[in-house]
Design a binder for this molecule. Structure first.
Ligand SMILES: [Zn+2]
Length: 207
């Protein structure tokens, strides 16, 4: 299992180069999360070379560097841009919690997509009604209560399926990275509604 799954709090890794194809590098192991599951790829450096992109291909994690002055077998040091990653982990966990709270308050049980970014994220909820100001205020309040309760967030595998669960809510299939507890997410600073058509409510999330 890749190190970012083994422990998403690892910030530095000593490993070796497995394959090189021009400026694309595959390592023996990695702390860099590849783009996927609505979560952006990590940032950081491999032996002081800036990472431009990280993606998954055929079971490999491919790191795209500015230039790749490395060869298979070379020892390298991976340094994760932790501030950025942690913001993304908090945001990703925030979307899960918001979805769970929306289920609790308004019976919402289906998401129509989401996008995680460090500064602002969005969550599309399948909902026939409108999440007006009053409903959003109630969401924020319930969200804050769950954060203050410091609920554990657990992750496990069932075969190929990866599940994430915030204590007290249902497990959800997810390949992304999460904080260990809800307290780390913090309260919402803003929750905005966007009109995206009937039957769907889009909320923009700021921490
Ligand atoms: Zn997720």
């Amino acid at each position: 299992m890749w190190k970012y799954y083994h422990d998403p709090y690892i910030k530095k890794l000593e490993t070796a180069v497995k394959e090189v194809n021009e400026n694309q590098v595959v390592l023996e192991d990695t702390v860099f999360y590849p783009t996927g599951g609505g979560q952006p790829h990590d940032r950081g450096t491999i032996s002081n070379q800036t990472i431009l992109d990280v993606f998954e291909q055929g079971g490999n994690v491919v790191h795209v560097l500015d230039q790749a002055p490395v060869s298979p077998g070379d020892a390298v040091t991976c340094m994760l841009d932790w501030d950025y990653r942690y913001a993304v982990m908090r945001m990703h966990s925030a979307l899960h919690l918001l979805f769970d709270v929306a289920g609790e308050l308004y019976g919402i049980s289906e998401s129509a997509g989401s996008n995680v970014e460090a500064e602002k994220s969005r969550l599309d909820l399948v909902y026939d009604d409108v999440l007006d100001e009053g409903k959003r205020a109630a969401l924020e309040k319930q969200f804050a209560a769950a954060v203050d309760e410091d609920r554990p967030i657990t992750v496990w595998w069932e075969g190929e399926k990866r599940l994430v669960q915030i204590e007290g809510f249902d497990p959800m299939p997810c390949g992304g990275l999460h904080t260990k507890s809800t307290r780390e997410i913090g309260h919402l600073s803003k929750l905005k509604r966007k009109n995206v058509g009937k039957g769907k409510e889009r909320v923009e999330v700021f921490l």
